[in-house]
Design a protein around this ligand. Structure first.
Ligand code: NDP
Length: 443
């Protein structure tokens, strides 16, 4: 049996009912086979067995009291996956669907994504099954304080530096930072995505969406194309989606469709991003309200955005949001490029469709790495006690995304898989971590 198959079988056996974790490990390990076979040291040093087993996984109770005085208990998670190349780094997801398997898939992906940024950050992820939607500010504060009262025992600026993710935005990061500071007495860069008045970085908010478009543009450029004049469809209308739309428009594209977890809009004229920002960022409302701003637009709760014909698709909502049929529809409608803003938004079958049909496909761990890269730049500024300008951070982000594209393209070509950026990104991210693990001995 091949080394990869052996490790995959054992992951599935040892971690039953963690479907998303199985999916992520299968996707990564199968595409690493060429690199693994080329270096017998990996097997000799149990590199894969050690990569798929987190350094530690922390689960804890998060009790809090709602506005009516009723007590609730959520479950908190932090999975510290691998710190071979730097302190653990990865976001905190607050969503009712959160469970250990989802946090592990995200933490596992994060190892390779962080490595691709070229910055010294290891992989981790955390969160809770708490749903901030529909809660008052006080309830969110209560939850965040309780969550961080426990989590603060395990993190630190040189240990593990969490950030935002689905459901964890500026408000939640602020409440958690305040609690960390109070509980530990430390004023340090323990979280990223902080507000600008207390150590946050300019351009962090925009970074994942902008970075996604920078990398996708680079991929198009290699084929003599660009965003200019292209029709773009984006799922989600959260942090990643909004700033991907903003940069795509700045590059001359027309974004015609966006969505949230209840429905999606189609606006033939190109979406009014100021309206979307007001609905989602200011009012924390629903996209159904978009019609009040643009009466001629369409809103639907049936089907999804992938039925809208487009040149470029940017999934920016959540995992497994593009299945095989969605991929076939996009291909039938002649999509040229897909850039993954969300983590693992395409199923394995959907990815195979894109690669098999020569759609330019930028996988999440490369395409959405701009967020964590800028988080690492926030860490650098905190350590130096300095703040860089928006332009400085944005220029560094742009260069990092170009470098990621070059690394994944080169790795794909080196192993005879030109333009297969799934293989390219996985191998390029893996080799650096594996080399560091080899150098540090079996730990
Ligand atoms: P937000 O919470 O800001 O936005 C998420 C968006 O996706 C919202 O519009 C939300 O709809 C929608 N959504 C969430 N869950 C579902 C679901 N199950 N079905 C349909 N729609 C859904 O999150 P982010 O923009 O920060 O994150 C989006 C994705 O990008 C995630 O996969 C995240 O892991 C990934 N990512 C984020 C980074 C960041 O810097 N923020 C960095 C790298 C990756 P609604 O408004 O109804 O809740």
């Amino acid at each position: 049996m091949s080394y990869v198959k052996e490790v995959l079988d054992s992951v599935i056996k040892k971690n039953p009912s963690e479907a998303e974790f199985h999916q992520a490990v299968t996707e990564v390990l199968t595409s690493l086979e060429l690199a693994i076979d080329a270096n017998p040291e990996y097997r000799k040093n149990a590199i894969l067995e050690r990569l798929v087993e987190p350094d530690r996984q922390i689960m804890f109770r998060v009790p809090w009291i709602d506005d009516k005085g009723v007590a609730h208990v959520n479950r908190g998670f932090r999975v510290q996956f691998n710190n071979a190349i730097g302190p653990y780094k990865g976001g905190l997801r607050l969503h009712p669907s959160v469970n250990l398997g989802i946090i592990k898939f995200l933490g596992f992906e994060q190892i390779f994504k962080n490595s691709l940024t070229g910055l010294p950050i290891g992989g981790g992820k955390g969160g809770s099954d708490f749903d901030p939607k529909g809660k008052s500010d006080r309830e969110v504060f209560e939850f965040c304080r309780s969550f961080m009262t426990e989590l603060c025992k395990y993190i630190g600026a040189d240990v593990d530096v969490p950030a935002g993710d689905i459901g964890t935005g500026a408000r939640e990061i602020g409440y958690m930072y305040g609690t960390y500071k109070r509980a530990t007495g430390l004023y340090e860069g323990v979280l990223t995505g902080k507000g600008l008045t207390y150590g946050g970085s300019l351009a962090r908010k925009e970074a994942t969406g902008y970075g996604l478009v920078y990398l996708t543009e680079e991929m198009l450029k290699e084929k003599g194309m660009s965003f200019k004049g292209k029709k773009v469809v984006i799922s989600g209308s959260g942090n990643v989606a909004i700033y991907a739309a903003e940069k795509a428009m700045q590059f001359g594209a027309k974004v015609v469709s966006m969505s949230d977890s209840t429905g999606w809009i189609y606006d033939e004229q190109g979406v009014d991003l100021a309206a979307i920002k007001e609905i989602k960022e200011v009012k924390r409302g629903r996209l159904a309200d978009y019609k009040n701003y643009r009466p001629k637009s369409e809103y639907s709760t049936k089907g999804n955005v992938w039925s809208v014909p487009c040149d470029i698709a940017l999934p920016c909502a959540t995992q497994n949001e593009i299945n095989e049929n969605d991929a076939k529809t996009l291909i039938k409608n002649k999509v040229i490029a897909v850039g993954e803003g969300a983590n693992m938004p395409s199923t394995i079958e959907a990815m195979n469709q894109f690669i098999g049909n020569k759609v330019l496909f930028a996988p999440a761990k490369a395409a959405n790495a701009g967020g964590v890269a800028t988080s690492a730049l926030e860490m650098s500024q905190n350590s130096q006690r300095l703040s860089w300008t928006f332009e400085e951070v944005d220029a560094k982000l742009h260069q990092i995304m170009i470098n990621i594209y070059k690394q994944m393209a080169a790795a794909a070509e080196k192993y005879g898989k030109k333009d297969n950026f799934i293989v390219g990104a996985n191998i390029a991210g893996f080799e650096k971590v594996a080399d560091a693990m080899l150098a540090q001995g079996i730990q």
